[in-house]
Ligand binder design. Structure first.
Ligand code: SF4
Length: 282
């Protein structure tokens, strides 16, 4: 039986046409793509308004509160963002197909899990390991390659992975009970990496993490804001990555000034040196 140590090299061999891809895998991938498209596009997506495991690790408690109590103020996702999420889903279905074709045991796809009453869906179990499949930009991929998510995790991926592993403690299909992995594909140019974390500390702290999140959503709206960050050495300050991608940015930061750079918009909370690019009103 294959083990997770050879997963990446075995998947590359499938890509090189060295066997493993058969009609059953083609059928599996076709079915996955059809159901993802149907789920995403046959009706407008309704965001969740109850606490879920994917929300739990969100580093901003104001965002957790908003996700449960104030979906009405959330900026709707653009077609560009929704289409981009679909790209990610396609890649992830392809990666799971490759792992299957490579002869590894893939089970528990999108299986339901529950951690102290909070529901969620884990991606899969590969060769007895809890695995979360991710597609990442060049920048994001480097963080997985350097195994650095415990130091820099703005989207709470470690919390998510450790929640799934917590739920797996009594699942006989999961034989590795202390560690779990991200199986990551780079979006811009095909590359894979398996990023493994020892999650014993996170498992021990899970009950407290869940209880704190429950308290946040049942309480009053927090006035916490993720602190802005320095814009180089200009003395200016701009919104953090977390706030930039947050649907409640305008609610939390009504007075920012937005300037358009070649890399995208920047939202300034403090200006010492005036930017030399166009300002827009949002
Ligand atoms: S905009 Fe920033 S501070 Fe406000 S909820 Fe979102 S992440 Fe938190």
């Amino acid at each position: 039986m294959k083990t997770i140590d050879t997963l990446i090299s075995d998947m590359y061999e499938v890509i090189e046409g060295k066997g493993g891809w058969d009609e059953a895998i083609t059928q599996f991938l076709s079915h996955e793509i059809s159901s993802i498209a149907e789920d995403r596009f046959s009706a407008e997506q309704k965001p969740r308004d109850r606490l879920s495991l994917s929300m739990l690790g969100t580093p901003c408690k104001t965002k957790i509160w908003n996700m449960v109590n104030d979906r009405a103020s959330e900026e709707p996702l653009s077609a560009e963002a929704l289409g981009t999420f679909f790209y990610g889903d396609l890649l992830e279905a392809f990666i799971i197909s490759l792992a299957k074709a490579a002869g590894h045991t893939v089970e528990g796809l999108q299986g339901e899990v529950n951690v102290f009453g909070i529901p969620g869906h884990g991606d899969c179990i590969i060769d007895g390991w809890r695995v979360d499949v991710k597609s990442a930009s060049n920048f994001g991929f480097e963080k997985f390659k350097k195994n650095s998510l415990k130091e820099d995790d703005p989207f709470g991926y470690i919390s998510q992975l450790s929640s799934y592993l917590h739920a797996d403690q009594d699942d006989p299909r999961v034989t590795e009970k202390n560690k779990a992995a991200f199986l990551v594909v780079k979006k811009e140019r095909f590359k894979l990496c398996l990023d493994i974390y020892d999650l014993r500390k996170e498992l021990d702290l899970k009950e407290g993490e869940v209880n704190r999140a429950k308290e946040v959503v049942q309480g009053d709206e927090p006035d916490y804001r993720v602190p802005p960050v320095a814009e180089g050495k200009s003395g200016n300050e701009v919104l953090s990555v977390m706030c930039n991608y947050c649907g409640w940015r305008k609610k939390c930061w009504p007075n920012v000034r937005t300037f358009i750079y070649s890399t995208g918009p920047k939202h300034f909370t403090k200006i010492v040196r005036e930017p030399r690019v166009m300002e827009v009103t949002e």
